[in-house]
Design a protein around this ligand. Structure first.
Ligand code: PGA
Length: 262
């Protein structure tokens, strides 16, 4: 049952690159892929700049017709009002954000985002026509205590309460112990959890939705290991942190089909 899911390579810039650096980065990435004769559309490319860069990235992508998607790294659960520092889905949608990352482990940890808050943010994104990239993943202690899949499965079940079968969404499995540590999960470990997450999608929303929804792996992805993940049947792309800040490295990750013969 081969289902064609366009791979998604997503760069989570976190709190890096100001809006001027963002211009240089996006232009250089575009030229690098062009020079390498990268076939647009074979892989979907998305960048997730800080809020302050989004308007600039939108204008550049629009003006130069650059075939990248872009999104935000967070979204408010509210539409508007007295919520100092928050950014609403209404604003993000005005800026044509296609995606928003929700429930990244750094937000769960440093901003105390619970599964319920994650679900509320997923609801807010969908309400404004933005595709949520729902992040789940376990710490090393949780993996040792309850096995490789339990935490991610439980986190995704709650998030999917906000989703219905005709909504578009992406899931990203990011083991906390692999993020920014260089301690990458093995392709088999990624596959095991991504397959379990697809099963959760199937139970919640049906087999068709599970078959078309992209499940990404994230955590110390580099040009040297992306191919091994992409060979796994349930890994449909990557959410890349550190390596998404280096043009040549990110371009090489995007071009995984060339250097690995997947
Ligand atoms: P990393 O981060 O690639 O630097 O490990 C991934 C992420 O946090 O999305």
């Amino acid at each position: 049952m081969a289902v064609a899911r366009t791979p998604l390579i997503a760069g989570n810039w976190k709190m890096n690159l100001d809006h001027l650096q963002a211009v240089a980065f996006v232009q250089k990435l575009h030229w690098t892929l062009k020079d390498a004769a990268h076939e647009d559309g074979s892989v979907e490319v998305a960048v997730f700049p800080p809020f302050t860069d989004i308007r600039t990235v939108q204008t550049l992508i629009d003006a130069d017709k650059i075939p990248f998607a872009f999104g935000a790294q967070d979204i408010s659960t509210h539409d508007s009002g007295a919520y100092t520092g928050e950014v609403s889905g209404a604003f993000l949608s005005k800026l044509s954000c296609r995606y928003v990352i929700i429930g990244h482990s750094e937000r769960r940890e440093y901003h105390h985002e619970t599964d319920e808050i994650v679900a509320a943010k997923v609801r807010a994104a969908l309400k404004h026509g933005i595709v949520p990239v729902i992040c789940v993943g376990e710490t090393l202690e949780q993996r040792e205590e309850s096995g490789p899949t339990a935490v991610s499965v439980a986190q995704l079940r709650v998030a999917l309460e906000a989703v219905s079968a005709d909504d578009d969404f992406v899931v990203a499995y990011e083991p906390v112990w692999a993020i920014g540590t260089g301690q990458v999960a093995s392709p088999e470990q990624a596959q095991e959890v991504c397959a379990a997450l697809r099963e959760v999608i199937s139970e919640a929303l049906g087999a068709d939705v599970a078959a078309k929804t992209r499940v990404l792996y994230g955590g110390s992805v580099k040009s040297g290991n992306i191919a091994s993940f992409m060979r796994e049947p349930d890994v449909d792309g990557a959410l890349v942190g550190g390596a998404s800040l280096v043009v040549d490295e990110f371009a090489s990750i995007i071009r995984f089909q060339k250097h690995v013969g997947v």
